[in-house]
Design a protein around this ligand. Structure first.
Ligand code: AMP
Length: 416
């Protein structure tokens, strides 16, 4: 189905052609006509499905069609999103898709000087993309108000709740006009999300796209069993041996991310780490260097990587397996976006086997094992791993208990 079948105007179709988009993704095919018709939307979709364009395109069209020339621009669309990275990427998408509409947008988020953000607001924008804390801050200081909002998008609602933003969301809702069109996006629909959606939406059109497990089917996934102390060496080996030009590497902890980045740098592989202890500017710089291929490897924790969108990311390497199986899906879903093929290598040590089992249960398949590598696991007499039970949902990560000293065995360890 071409984009023209969705009723999009030429200005937008031209931008989409320039972006190289040929046809809409399933969520776009469903959401765009529904929003253009004036409906509220309740969409269950995760990153990677094309959900940003699913809300940005119809909103741009509606704003464009009712734009009054000559008037000072008023903020008529608010997109609320949980993280700075996501906010920046959404604003970039609005800029790309809206480049022939004459509509303007800006983005506000915390952790950086507010002055450039408020100066941009003074000049007037049509679309505001914001994280909740900085938005409320600037409203409190009188730098903006939400009285002219006609379109409200709540993005990644489940993460918002996980990150403790519920009170902020409620405050934002109070500041919005009652008469508006609201679009609500969440990757999962637990009861508290359904309740929040009911409080925001009026008679919404409901859209569900591909459940978590099927979005990973096009990703070539492989497991490498390795002892913890050999993980870094195996990573360096993989990067060299398999001629991986660029990879996003995940670790469970900030400390782990720094250690991996340092190890790679020592082995002449350019690498930078991003995590919550780094300033926003440092994170943006590292992400920029990675996107322009100045750095080969970006090492990230799960929180820091939320919402990162890198076009044509081919490889994800999990140096540590996450204890929440859904996190694995989020991580590897960063390759294989919008139909591209991707590959994900995951390292698994003795203690992480329980995590692996939970992941395989969630994705409903056994992940093939690469046995032929220079750091095979040597441990035979393994203790039952003493792990925190793997959790459902996105609760905080837990560290496995420190490993007991293991005697290297002679025979190769094999998966049961
Ligand atoms: P999102 O789920 O919004 O984070 O989008 C995931 C990725 O898919 C982004 O890199 C988009 O640029 C890309 N994308 C979105 N829609 C399309 C489309 N119709 N055709 C090709 N790529 C797309």
């Amino acid at each position: 189905m071409p984009f023209s079948a969705l009723g999009l105007i030429d200005h937008l179709r031209k931008a989409l052609a320039e972006e190289g988009y040929k046809s809409p993704t399933p969520i776009q095919a469903e959401a765009i006509p529904a929003v253009l018709d004036g409906n509220d939307l309740l969409a269950c979709a995760q990153t990677g499905t094309g959900k940003t364009a699913a809300f940005a395109l119809p909103v741009l069209q509606l704003l464009h069609q009712s734009h009054l020339h000559g008037e000072k621009r008023k903020i008529r669309c608010l997109v609320l999103t949980p993280t700075r990275e996501l906010a920046i990427q959404i604003a970039e998408s609005f800029t790309a898709y809206g480049r022939h509409t004459g509509l303007t947008n800006t983005v506000i988020f915390g952790g950086v000087n507010q002055n450039p953000q408020t100066e941009r607001l003074v000049r007037g924008v049509d679309i505001l993309v914001a994280t909740p804390g900085r938005l409320l801050d600037l409203i409190g200081q009188g730098h903006l108000h939400l009285r002219d909002i006609e379109y409200f998008v709540l993005d990644e609602a489940d993460r918002m709740l996980d990150m403790g933003f519920i009170h902020d969301i409620k405050k934002v809702l109070k500041a919005l006009p009652k008469k508006r069109q609201s679009l609500f996006f969440s990757a999962t629909m637990p009861p508290e999300i359904v309740k929040l959606a009911a409080a925001i939406l009026h008679n919404p059109k409901e859209i569900m796209v591909t459940p978590v497990s099927s979005t990973v089917e096009i990703i070539n996934q492989q497991i490498l069993f390795v002892d913890r102390e050999n993980k870094n060496s195996l990573l360096a080996h993989l990067l060299q041996e398999r001629k991986i030009e660029s990879a996003l590497v995940f670790t469970r902890t900030k400390h782990g991310a720094d250690k991996v980045a340092r190890f790679l740098a020592k082995n002449n592989i350019t690498a930078e780490a991003i995590h919550g202890n780094k300033s926003q500017n440092a994170r943006q710089r590292a992400l920029g260097n990675f996107k322009t291929r100045q750095t080969r490897v970006l090492v990230a924790t799960d929180i820091a990587a939320r919402g990162i969108d890198i076009d044509e990311l081919e490889y994800v390497i999990n140096v540590d397996l996450p204890n929440i199986p859904e996190t694995y899906v989020h991580r590897i879903g960063r390759t294989g976006r919008a139909g591209n093929r991707g590959a994900a290598y995951s390292f698994c040590n003795a203690e992480e086997q329980a995590y692996l089992r939970d992941i395989e249960r969630l994705i409903a398949k056994k992940i093939p094992v690469i046995e032929d590598h220079p750091y095979p696991m040597v441990n035979l007499e393994m203790e039952q791993p003493k792990l925190a039970p793997a959790k459902k949902g996105n609760a905080g990560h837990q560290e496995p208990k420190p490993k007991q000293e293991q005697k290297p065995g002679k025979s190769r360890w094999k998966r049961k």
